[in-house]
Ligand binder design. Structure first.
Ligand code: NHR
Ligand code: GAR
Length: 201
């Protein structure tokens, strides 16, 4: 069985969409893959309770308890790899994960790590994407699923979804519209990746 590990920092609604898709679409039977664990860098992340309610094991690696990024990433990698009997999961999925990862960490999981970013990349990498799209006068905004590389939000694009920016939108109303699309986009993109790999053996 291929193990998928999901990293979160917050509410975890994308994580819930992924776990529900895996359960409803029977990813173990279709792709030989399952969500093995959900790991948060924040002890208070609401997604932890939601993962447990869905029957998924959870763990916390609190970044505030480490001296620096290298030490945090090393502890995170140890926790991630603990959830696969072969030593490394087949896929690492960032879902609202808010810590920039070091080049060494990215290299360790090269080709097996994806992220969903709340903008139509290459527009607006980084943080506060919804407000920046409004401020720039964008009439179209959205979300991007991309492979994670050492350069933040610059990995190859796998899938995108667009939404209109409407008159009177605030960062919050726009974020909600984007998030609803993320919940459709991310499970579809991950399933597509798993299908490709199943075909490739
Ligand atoms: N790491 C690498 N190397 N490459 C990517 O493409 C990454 C990554 C880590 C996270 C998600 C990304 C997003 O989708 C992501 C992509 C956090 C920040 C950030 O500035 C920026 C982008 C993303 C995630 N984080 C601050 C930091 O100092 C902390 C912010 C906070 O805690 O609220 O790490 O947007
Ligand atoms: C999502 O919109 C995701 O794209 C974004 O945070 C939200 C998380 O929601 N990710 C980032 O901003 C990464 N820096 P969720 O916790 O409910 O899935």
């Amino acid at each position: 069985m291929k193990n998928i590990v999901i990293l979160i920092s917050g509410g975890g609604s994308n994580m819930v969409a992924l776990v529900e898709a895996a359960q409803q679409q029977d990813w173990p039977a279709r792709f030989g893959a399952r969500v093995a664990a959900v790991i948060s860098n924040r002890p208070g992340a609401g997604g932890l309770e939601r993962a447990r309610a869905l029957g998924v094991p959870t763990a916390v690696v609190d970044h505030t308890t480490f001296a620096g990024r290298e030490a945090f990433d090393a502890a995170l990698a140890t926790e991630i790899d603990r959830h696969d009997p072969h030593g490394q999961p087949a896929l690492l999925v960032l879902a609202g994960f808010m810590r920039i990862l070091t080049p060494g960490f990215v290299q360790r999981y090269e080709g097996r790590m994806v992220n969903i970013h709340p903008s139509l990349l290459p527009a607006f990498p980084g943080l506060h994407t919804h407000q920046r799209a409004i401020d720039a006068g964008c009439t179209v905004h959205g979300a991007t699923v991309h492979r994670v590389t050492a350069e933040l939000d610059h990995g190859p694009i796998l899938a995108q979804a667009a939404v209109p920016v409407l008159p009177g939108d605030t960062a919050d109303t726009l974020a909600q519209r984007v998030l609803a699309q993320e919940h459709r986009l991310y499970p579809k993109a991950v399933a597509q990746l798993l299908a490709q790999r199943a075909g490739a053996g």
